[in-house]
Design a protein around this ligand. Structure first.
Ligand code: NAD
Length: 443
């Protein structure tokens, strides 16, 4: 099929590459000319496992192209996807300016029946607003071109995006037009060979499904962080509690890891946006407010532990940080817990020596050159002359370190394990003081 995708970020580019991989002809449109130029030369601006070779292969085979020119891209398509950002507005609600700008552009250029499918995460009612924006432009043009708007929220996870896109758990399609549903069935048939993953519903339910999924996942994390904080105060080990509760199939082991708080471009903004949506209709979403508040406090947890350990004397200390990205297998630093920690450390006069397998470039882009930040190329280089090691992101490379080497490199051997990667007994037997999250220490 002929597909056009607006937005070549994590969602748009991965979707474009995967649809091209299945044999479709995909044109990706972005307003960022630099990004488009890089993509045309096979230079993928984001890190996502498996993405780069897929982009290069499909571009070379003529099934995947990149442009800033919206008009021919829209003329090309049977389906136009909107996959642009929906960042938080000042009050936490989703900023729809990019989505609606694309809708207007679509209205400016469609000249035959087109399905407009929205993949961006948007508040309930946005499909109606997109429909109205397209229709307004058609009216201005004085033409009557048929189109349908469907909600097709995206559930891929950064770090596993290509795999998730090729083998989705479910494909949510919110639509009121049978014709549009048929078009999407045809497009997604290639992803449905094993079993039908498409769940068809109305647009509003589809829009809410996306927020509900992210809010549930964020709730699981904040719940476990709450239990971790209680465990710490009562002298229990949350890691044992986690395994104990996970054994109940109604709870399960997935996604109940305590840690240094959730970050990324989705959970923080989506929990807030859903709470704003609720507020706007006169409902106070107390649980969502609490999920966010717990997470916000948790992001400061590592700094609090460090500060207590060093009796508040962090000035001129050097802190080694392993992991900067908001989670493993990505270079995405949006709302990453490492940012809160580093900013608090700098505020207290400490220096940071950090290692991340993929996010150094993005960190440099965000913070620029500064005397109190050294980004190193190897994990152990971060430890040289450092007073403490802090684990912020659970990259696999950090799971089984050489504790002897860690001890010999640190000035005062202590590990702050923000993801509970290590057995405290093993670390302490190696002669290194250990702090985890919720691991039975009354502080
Ligand atoms: P992103 O910030 O990585 O990319 C957005 C892209 O859209 C940018 O390249 C930007 O230049 C481009 N853009 C902006 N306005 C445009 C326009 N008028 N025309 C063409 N391109 C334009 O965003 P993302 O992380 O891919 O997220 C996109 C949407 O998908 C958001 O609503 C997000 O909440 C949702 N989502 C994200 C993820 C994720 O893991 N990142 C997962 C599911 C859903």
């Amino acid at each position: 099929m002929k597909v056009t995708i607006f937005g070549t970020g994590y969602v748009g580019l991965v979707t474009g590459a995967c649809l091209a991989e299945m044999g479709n002809h995909v044109v990706c449109v972005d307003v960022d000319a630099g990004k488009v130029e890089r993509l045309k030369h096979g230079d993928v601006p984001i890190y996502e496992p498996g993405l780069e070779p897929m982009v290069i292969r499909n571009h070379a085979d003529g099934r995947l192209d990149f442009t800033t020119d919206a008009a021919p891209a829209i003329a090309h398509a049977d389906i136009v996807f909107i996959a642009v950002g929906t960042p938080p507005d000042e009050d936490g609600s989703a900023d729809l300016q990019y989505v609606l700008a694309v809708a207007k552009t679509i209205g400016d250029h469609i000249d035959r029946y087109t399905v407009v499918a929205n993949k961006s995460t948007v508040p309930v009612g946005t499909a109606d607003r997109v429909r109205a924006a397209v229709a307004a432009r058609l009216e201005e043009r004085g033409v009557d071109v048929p189109f349908d708007v469907v909600s097709n929220p995206e559930f891929l996870k950064e770090g596993d995006a290509v795999e998730d896109c090729l083998r989705p758990d479910r494909i949510i399609v919110g639509a009121s037009s049978q014709k549009a549903i048929r078009v999407l069935r045809k497009l997604y048939a290639a992803f449905n060979r094993n079993h039908d993953r498409m769940v068809v519903m109305d647009e509003r339910s589809a829009e809410l499904t996306k927020y509900a999924a992210n809010a549930m996942l964020a709730t699981k994390i904040s719940f476990m962080n709450e239990i971790a904080n209680i465990a710490e105060h009562v002298g229990a080990d949350v890691e044992l509690v986690r395994q104990g509760i996970g054994a109940d199939p109604r709870i399960g082991y997935h996604f109940i890891y305590p840690g240094a708080g959730y970050g990324g471009s989705c959970f923080p903004k989506d929990v807030q946006a859903l709470a704003r949506t609720a507020h706007s209709v006169g409902y106070q979403a107390r649980l969502l407010d609490a999920v966010e508040a717990v997470n916000d406090a948790q992001k400061s947890r590592l700094f609090t532990l460090l500060s207590k350990h060093f009796d508040g004397k962090l000035k001129d200390r050097t802190i080694a940080v392993w992991g900067l990205a908001f989670k493993p297998n990505t270079d995405d630093m949006r709302e990453a817990s490492s940012r809160r920690l580093m900013e608090q450390l700098w505020e207290a006069g400490a220096r940071v020596r950090a290692f991340d397998p993929e996010a150094a470039e993005e960190t440099r882009r965000i913070y620029g050159d500064r005397d109190d930040l050294t980004l190193v190329e190897r994990p152990y280089a971060a430890l040289e002359g450092a007073d403490a090691l802090v684990i912020v992101t659970e990259w696999k490379a950090f799971r089984s370190p050489d504790f002897g080497r860690v001890k010999s490199l640190l000035v005062s051997p202590v590990i702050f394990d923000g993801r509970n990667l290590y057995d405290p007994v093993v670390v302490e037997e190696a002669g290194i003081a250990y702090y985890g999250i919720g691991r039975g220490r009354s502080l």
